[in-house]
Design a protein around this ligand. Sequence first.
Ligand code: TXA
Ligand code: MG
Length: 336
Amino acid sequence: MTLVLKLDADHPQPELIAKAASIIQAGGLVAFPTETVYGLGADAMNERAVQRIFEAKGRPADNPLIVHICDRAMLDLVAEDVSAKAEALIAAFWPGPLTLVLRRDPRVAESVSAGLATVAVRIPNTRIASELIRRAATPIAAPSANRSGRPSPTTAAHVATDLDGRIDMILDGGKTKIGIESTVLDMTSEPPVILRPGWVTREQLTNAIGQVGHAASIEELKRSPGTRHMHYSPRARVLLVELKSPASILRKCTDLLREGKVGFIGHTSVPISEPGFSTIFLENSAEAYARSIYSAFRELDERGVDVIVVEGISDEDEGAAVMDRLRRAASSFDRE
Ligand code: TXA
Ligand code: MG
């Protein structure tokens, strides 16, 4: 059984943080809220502890983890050659949803980086996360706290659904603020390249450091072994509809209902009242979609739908990150 501790997100109880920190120091696994999604944490400097993360998640060993630190000083334990551009991004965006890929310090457990010479690092922006890292006094490696291939968890209950009994503790700090994962930016190439779009937008990065490279397309990622494991899928088949009229969405859902149960996620109202049809309404904004898309996927899976029709939004600014996740969920590549 996994212990679940309820924390006050604004004023985390020090005695509960201390319990969690002692589990990390002993090589155990603690899930905790960040501002993006819940992470599954272990001591990033302890090889055996990091391996337990891969085992608990069923994560492929060639997919590296993000290391979470609590201040700029801790970065010197995990990374080398921090460039002026990296320093500018750190000053502008940390703590926050920007992960930087830097040269790895050999003290970091090797499996964190899955054999690469680089390490991905960020300072998360919740008090629970920063106080946990500070109290544990070690960098914490933490992928999203879901079973591999499942949507990232945005509540402690999502973590428990996927990992109960497989990890030592869950710190429950309520629903996460942003709801989708951080932007991942590779600082080891020139210009730096966005490996995963996120809440920090391309335009914000360009304003801070000048040119940044394009995020790879799904087609390119299929060919690149390091990143091909990205998928954010519910169990049901996902069909993404972009820029479609309410009438054509209604027709699509009606057609699909002949074959099985259908769930719809979107900002258009679809007037179907059949028992096999469920709908989750989201306001038409990147904020609303990011906050609720993963829990909507999970909820429709629980209702046992066969297919999920999801309505797209504009992919400008923060919408780019949301649409990236929706396109990945809808593509069938690398489903295990
Ligand atoms: O918001 C987030 O980033 C959340 C919270 C918990 O911080 N974490 C998260 O971790 O989404 P994960 O493991 O689900 O995704 C990490 C991504 C993966 O796409 C991985 O391939 C990439 O970061 N990554 C990690 N280390 C890397 C490296 N050295 N080089 C290139 N990509 C790396
Ligand atoms: Mg993940």
